[in-house]
Design a protein around this ligand. Structure first.
Ligand SMILES: CC(C)(COP(=O)(O)OP(=O)(O)OC[C@H]1O[C@@H](n2cnc3c(N)ncnc32)[C@H](O)[C@@H]1OP(=O)(O)O)[C@@H](O)C(=O)NCCC(=O)NCCS
Length: 198
């Protein structure tokens, strides 16, 4: 499991993920990355407050040591954060997780720094997160997108996600509508196998 999270292997074979942009390192968040995690999340909430359930104020008040530590309590883990670095500068993140085997697999907290968008970094992070979920036996994955964020729908549609028809509000008392998207995970193993054999 650790090898999968850090190095990227699937089914015992070395795996090359598609679309890994040049000069970008994608790796799993480590227990020591408390400040990196906090910094990326606060930047995301400052940049795109309507994209996330959590508020900037809530994140500022959070115990980040404990929050980071929760990702590493279980072995194998049920939640993983991946970060993207360009020349050691953290520029993007994603969280993937599931509550139990085959239950509620999700992607969350997807964010790429505005100066680094449209370079394939978001796609690479989603690819990595889908491989993690697939490796834990998940068969589908879902996420929520703010209704007015047409660019984000295009991003996830380009990665095989479709709207499920489910809708909700961003958070209690909010008038912002969010829509669910989902995709099957069977495709990921086919795609990864092909990439590994390339
Ligand atoms: C959505 C987001 C994560 C995309 O990250 P990114 O690194 O720019 O995405 P990629 O470069 O990997 O794009 C992959 C594909 O998605 C689609 N896409 C991405 N951004 C798009 C945009 N603004 N408009 C239209 N299509 C877009 C394109 O098909 C793109 O492929 P192409 O560049 O070859 O045409 C980024 O814009 C972001 O962080 N937005 C703010 C935070 C947010 O809303 N997060 C989602 C929470 S649910």
């Amino acid at each position: 499991m650790r090898a999968l999270l850090n190095g990227g292997t699937l089914g015992g074979r070395a795996m090359k993920l598609r679309h890994q942009p040049d000069g970008v390192i994608i790796r799993a968040l480590l227990p020591k990355d408390v400040e990196l995690f906090r910094s990326l999340r606060l930047q995301a909430l400052e940049d795109s407050p309507d994209a996330y359930v959590e508020t900037l104020e809530g994140a500022r008040d959070c115990d980040w040591e404990a929050r980071t530590g929760r990702l590493f309590v279980l072995d194998p883990p049920i939640s993983v954060a991946y970060v993207a670095l360009v020349r050691d500068l953290p520029v993007a993140m994603i969280i993937a997780g599931h509550k139990d085997h085959n239950d509620s697999p999700f992607l969350a907290a997807m964010w790429v720094h505005p100066d680094f968008r449209r370079r394939g970094i978001g796609r690479s992070l989603v690819d990595r997160a889908l491989v993690f979920l697939s490796s834990t036996g998940q068969r589908y994955v879902s996420l929520w997108v703010t209704e007015s964020h047409a660019d984000v729908f295009q991003f996830y549609e380009s990665l095989g996600f479709e709207r499920t028809g489910a809708k909700s509000t961003l958070r209690s008392g909010s008038e912002i509508t969010i829509l669910e998207m989902a995709r099957a995970l069977s495709k990921i193993s086919l795609r990864s196998t092909r990439a590994a054999g390339a």
